[in-house]
Design a protein around this ligand. Structure first.
Ligand SMILES: [Zn+2]
Length: 437
């Protein structure tokens, strides 16, 4: 599918001509008939409910027997399963895949003009929304500067359709801690993140990013990884504890949080000691790491599927690393799950092409032992809690934004039903309805 993704995206664009984008007049009432209702918070689904939507928000939820006021618009999803809009807590709208045959990661930065990258991001956010992801935490633009702030503003002003975005802008790593790499040392190559050295530069970078609209700060706590002679996965640490503490201190002062890309080892210990709010990937979690995450209330965004994508040949150093990463990731996830770590759904999509289904991680989470309802909560109410939006998104309840999706089957029986979202409402506006009778 990766190899054909240009053609697939062309098909999305054509198909999108048939998508409805209907915003009801302010104050108008829309009533959704829900056959099965998974509210994003409860342990069990409800049946035969009415969701009353007024403006951008849910006004109330009632039994199907409740009267529907004359003049209300009724959307009949009585044979479907209705859920809150999904939240992907780890995306890259400015990344267009990392297929080695297409030049890998570097091709994203070296060839397309910024306008081309913005056009791609415009397609990516639309693609997320049509799959039922009504909120994204987009974890850095990969060399596209503050482009995510611009895309977020374009969505907010109604110029382009897209989900609610939480953006981090440029991300922060250290010298030697991010791509582009491997070019002649005489060349001053662009980097996919803002590189700093020392706590003063770290704080300054955080201040710059926050002042230009970062909702979160993203840092890299490990960079390269390889399998050593003893067979262990080793990850090069990047920021020091002092550098990270300066960033976390600055971000927390703005009531913002810090997401840390980290695999394991020294970088993981620094990430936790430095006060990271969310661990991204966390491939190699020790019992002590997990205990510290529980003590500190750290979130865990595992991004599983992306590590099964495009392995290098088995008999190469990169191939050994790719296999070792998944070998460690599964038990790390299972231990964190058993210990009660707060796990949120994230895909790293962009690293895998946007033509892939964004619901790709649910299957892995369930295969690794998470109950389907918990997997759904990791992409709804639990992610909302991490984003300080509890009760406002990720839940179908009075007062919440009317982000409502539906699938025709039962996602508790087959979690992959979430790969086929048939109805999408975002902020009270119907974006897509393939279930209309
Ligand atoms: Zn990522």
């Amino acid at each position: 599918m990766r190899r054909h993704h240009v053609a697939v995206l062309a098909a999305f664009l054509c198909a999108s001509a048939g998508i409805t984008l209907a915003q009801s007049p302010p104050g108008a009432l829309t009533v959704i008939r829900a056959g099965t209702l998974i509210d994003g918070a409860s342990d069990t689904p409800a049946h035969n409910k009415l969701i009353f939507v007024r403006g951008e928000r849910i006004e109330k939820i009632a039994d199907a027997s409740a009267p529907v006021p004359a003049g209300a618009k009724v959307i009949d999803l009585s044979s479907a399963t209705v859920l809150p809009g999904l939240i992907d807590s780890h995306t890259h709208i400015f990344l267009w895949g990392e297929d080695p045959a297409k030049g890998g990661y570097d091709a994203n930065i070296l060839f397309p003009a910024l306008a081309q990258r913005a056009a791609r991001a415009t397609v990516a956010v639309r693609r997320a929304l049509e799959q039922g992801f009504t909120t994204l935490r987009d974890l850095e633009t990969e060399g596209a500067g503050y482009g995510d702030v611009g895309i977020k503003a374009a969505i907010a002003e109604g110029t382009i359709p897209g989900p609610r975005l939480f953006v981090v802008t440029r991300a922060i790593s250290s010298t030697g801690g991010y791509n582009l790499e491997g070019y002649a040392p005489e060349l001053d190559m662009p980097k996919g993140a803002q590189l700093i050295d020392g706590p003063i530069e770290a704080r300054k970078a955080a201040r710059e990013q926050l002042s230009h609209g970062a909702d979160w700060i993203k840092v890299y706590m490990t960079h390269r990884s390889w399998v050593d002679r003893a067979g262990n996965l080793v990850s090069q640490p990047t920021l020091t504890v002092d550098e990270l503490r300066a960033i976390v201190d600055e971000a927390h002062g703005w009531q913002r949080k810090v997401a840390c890309h980290v695999y394991g080892g020294i970088g993981m210990q620094r990430a936790l000691d430095g006060g990271c709010d969310s661990i991204e990937h966390g491939l190699d979690l020790t019992d002590a790491n997990i205990a510290q995450m529980l003590r500190q209330g750290t979130w865990y965004c595992p991004t599983i599927a992306v590590y099964y994508d495009s392995w290098a040949p088995a008999d190469t150093p990169a191939g050994r690393r790719d296999r070792k990463r998944t070998e460690l990731h599964e038990p790390s996830f299972k231990k964190a799950l058993a210990a009660g770590v707060k796990i949120v759904y994230g895909t790293d999509i962009g690293g895998i092409p946007w033509s892939e289904p964004e619901a790709v991680d649910f299957d892995y989470m369930v295969k690794f032992g998470m109950k389907p309802m918990d997997a759904i909560r990791s992409a709804t109410s639990r992610a909302a809690d991490m984003l300080d939006m509890k009760g406002e998104i990720g839940v179908l309840a009075p007062g919440a934004y009317a982000d409502v999706i539906a699938v025709s089957g039962d996602p508790l029986g087959n979690i992959n039903e979430l790969k086929n979202v048939r109805f999408v409402m975002h902020n009270g506006a119907t974006f897509k309805n393939d279930l209309a009778k």
